[in-house]
Design a protein around this ligand. Structure first.
Ligand code: HEC
Length: 165
């Protein structure tokens, strides 16, 4: 009898522990999902991963989209037709000579593949950092040119829009 009660008790206890663990796991994963969704953007150097700062130029405006991008790491221009059209124009003015039409790569690598020379290029914060801060050789830091950070976001939305799924 004693044994019976003990085992019933133990099995209830183990159910309880299982339930608590499940709740905790669900809670932790929902918190994590929330963090992934809106995480402040940390821009890093393509070579050593060290953090870089992205100050605005004199007179440059922090557009609502740029502000949102820096606060959440999500590019608000993704899928926005107007932004994509503007990004394409910027691409044709500044990038096409080296990365070719459709960003398929020429003397600079393809920007529309599945893998990249710098793994961080796969996400928008990382690609922003490479464009802003530059990489080696011909890939200059575009923060030094007449391109705004808002235009970099539009450029990225254009590049992602022509990337095969
Ligand atoms: C003068 C030639 C040249 C121009 C212009 C140029 N790039 Fe590049 N780009 C390169 C080269 C070369 C590399 C490879 C750099 C390296 O290996 O470090 C590169 C690398 C990159 C990468 C990293 C790719 C990867 O695989 O990780 C991105 C992103 C990029 N360029 C975007 C742009 C964008 C956007 C523009 C226009 C604003 C642009 N580039 C203009 C030559 C150029």
């Amino acid at each position: 009898m004693n044994f019976f009660y003990t085992s019933v008790y133990t099995s209830h206890l183990s159910h309880l522990i299982l339930a608590i663990t499940t709740c905790l796991c669900l809670f932790v994963s929902s918190v994590n999902a929330e963090e992934v969704k809106s995480q402040e953007a940390i821009f890093t150097d393509a070579f050593d991963g060290s953090p870089i700062k992205t100050p605005l130029k004199d007179g440059e405006e922090e557009t609502p989209a740029l502000k949102e991008f820096k606060a959440t790491s999500v590019n608000p221009y993704l899928g926005n037709e107007e932004a994509i059209a503007k990004g394409k124009a910027v691409y044709e003015a500044w990038c096409v000579a080296c990365h070719d039409v459709g960003a398929k790569g020429k003397m600079g690598p393809s920007l529309v593949g599945k893998t990249f020379k710098y793994p961080q290029t796969a996400n928008d914060v990382g690609m922003f950092a490479v464009i802003y801060n530059g990489a080696s050789g011909a890939m200059q830091a575009f923060s030094k040119r007449e391109i705004t950070q808002d235009e970099i976001l539009k450029l990225i939305s254009y590049i992602r829009s022509i990337t095969p799924q």
